[in-house]
Design a protein around this ligand. Structure first.
Ligand SMILES: Nc1ncnc2c1ncn2[C@@H]1O[C@H](COP(=O)(O)OP(=O)(O)O)[C@@H](O)[C@H]1O
Ligand SMILES: [Mg+2]
Length: 483
């Protein structure tokens, strides 16, 4: 007869093996804040210190009793099949632990609920040396000595989560610069993924006591944004309603200076057109069409907000990080219809302006636009020089600048050029010297603050009509940047 033997996993090996599941620093922090939001927090304070090397998240949510805290520290503290509260952003009962250890080796949690104060620590070095799933439970004195504990005691209930021992970040030569950069990215990420909470003032997030702003991917405050009529689609397997709201967003030209700045910050195509999928109003996936339609230049202005509840996570195959999902088969056709309709709208906006007909994929100084049987030439406002100038200008100067561009555009001496061409006279082209071009490129590049954005810009210059042939020069600048 067979017998049963309990095989307890090796704690340290198992935890270590799960550390690289694909969280980034910013998605990991967002996962911790998801817990605060699920605990009905209205204020979340993020504190960090690159000297003492900690990140701390303090919330005024409903907190945990000692028993609940220990349960929360457990891997798999809740089952996927547990019924969740309507606003709960959790999923597997793993986020707190896995998000933390994806970034560091020590997790401290202190919580207050109904005058009961409790605290516990997971430290991967302790787990390793004890060779067991041992969590350290803190006594009152140890709790009192925790960073920012006095801030927590000012609240009726709430929780502190502290991350320490950043082994991965510390491998980098310049920890401080790296830490600061990572936190900047985190702020941008939170401004976007929680933007609806922030916008509706249901949540305040601060970074070292400074309130962070929201980033609205639909620019709903801009009068040029066109919200389309909302749709509801019915998910037939679970009989759940899903709200869909398409937006046609304005052209770059019609964005305010603040909005353009925002776009610039999210340069990695982060605010691209596409679906914007929210789970319990928290943005989880965005900026692509999920293979529902072919990406199309004409869909460039369409963004579609989709609201899903937390009761059908399994259908969307939502992962631990809540960043990966698959559109359920039962919804694809309905969604495709809505998208096609809004792309049609986006298309109309474009057609109205005519269609760009350039010879190749280069960014030209002038775009040649065909509309019906007519042709016109327009200055290409995607030109990096124009873009940067626009970002640096105040709104009033920017209007002047645009007026100047318009004037140049409308008063191209076309007849005169036609006459000269016809009369066999050679039109002299002024060739800029390499030194001049070098200066011009450096002027552009030095306007960028981070090395990363400098590189991105330099790369985009390779595809511009003006600089594409200057390969040697671009290569030289590239190697200078890498030094
Ligand atoms: N900030 C917090 N406030 C109150 N409870 C919390 C907080 N963070 C975590 N918890 C509790 O710990 C549990 C485990 O969290 P987590 O590991 O992130 O899993 P999940 O969010 O999927 O439930 C949560 O379900 C919640 O009960
Ligand atoms: Mg969670």
């Amino acid at each position: 007869m067979s017998s049963y033997y309990e095989l307890i996993p090796d704690a340290s090996n198992l935890i270590e093996s799960q550390r690289s599941v694909g969280y980034t620093f910013e998605t990991a922090i967002a996962d911790i804040i998801d817990n605060s939001v699920s605990a009905l927090a209205e204020k979340v304070d993020v504190f960090f210190d690159n000297q003492q090397k900690y990140v701390l998240i303090l919330d005024d949510g409903y907190g945990m009793s000692k028993k609940e805290l220990l349960q929360a520290m457990r891997y798999g503290s809740k089952s996927v099949s547990d019924v969740r509260a309507k606003g709960d952003l959790g999923r597997f009962g793993l986020g707190l632990k896995m998000a933390t250890f994806s970034q560091c080796r020590k997790l401290t949690v202190i919580s207050i609920k109904e005058d009961e104060v409790s605290g516990a620590i997971w430290d991967l070095d302790v787990v390793k040396s004890n060779m067991a799933w041992t969590v350290q439970v803190l006594d009152d004195k140890e709790i009192e000595n925790t960073i920012k504990f006095d801030e927590l005691t000012k609240l009726k209930s709430g929780t502190i989560v502290i991350w320490e021992k950043f082994d991965k970040l510390e491998q980098h030569a310049n920890f401080m610069a790296n830490f600061d950069e990572v936190l900047e990215r985190t702020e941008d990420h939170l401004s976007l993924v929680f933007h609806r909470y922030l916008q509706e003032k249901k949540l305040i997030i601060t970074f070292n006591d400074r309130e962070i702003d929201f980033v609205d991917p639909f620019f709903t405050d801009n009068k040029a944004t066109q919200p389309k009529s909302p749709d509801v689609i019915l998910e037939s397997i679970r009989n759940v309603k899903i709200d869909v709201k398409p937006y046609i967003i304005p052209y770059q030209k019609r964005l305010t200076q603040k909005e353009r700045h925002m776009l610039k910050k999210y340069e990695h195509n982060q605010l691209s057109p596409g679906l914007y999928i929210y789970r319990n109003r928290r943005l989880i996936a965005w900026g692509k069409w999920f293979k529902l339609v072919r990406p199309n230049e004409l869909a460039n202005l369409a963004k579609i907000q989709i609201d899903i509840p937390n009761t059908i996570d399994d259908l969307w195959e939502i992962d631990v990080k809540k960043s990966q999902l698959v559109i359920p088969r039962s919804l694809r056709t309905q969604l495709r219809n809505i998208i096609t309709k809004s792309i049609g709208e986006s298309e109309k906006v474009y057609k109205h302006r005519g269609i760009k007909r350039n010879k190749d994929n280069l960014q030209y100084v002038f775009n040649r636009i065909e509309k019906e049987s007519k042709v016109s030439y327009h200055l290409n406002i995607e030109n990096p020089l124009i873009k940067q100038l626009q970002d640096n200008l105040q709104d009033s100067d920017n209007r002047l600048f645009l007026a100047l561009l318009k004037q140049i555009e409308e008063h191209l001496p076309i007849e005169s050029i036609q006459y000269d061409m016809a009369s066999d006279r050679e039109i002299e082209k002024q060739n800029e010297s390499d030194d001049k071009v070098y200066e011009e490129i450096m002027l552009l590049i030095n306007n960028q603050t981070s090395k990363e954005s400098k590189k991105l810009l330099l790369n985009s210059l390779k595809y511009s009509e003006v600089y594409s042939k200057k390969t040697a020069l671009l290569a030289r600048i590239e190697s200078e940047l890498n030094d």
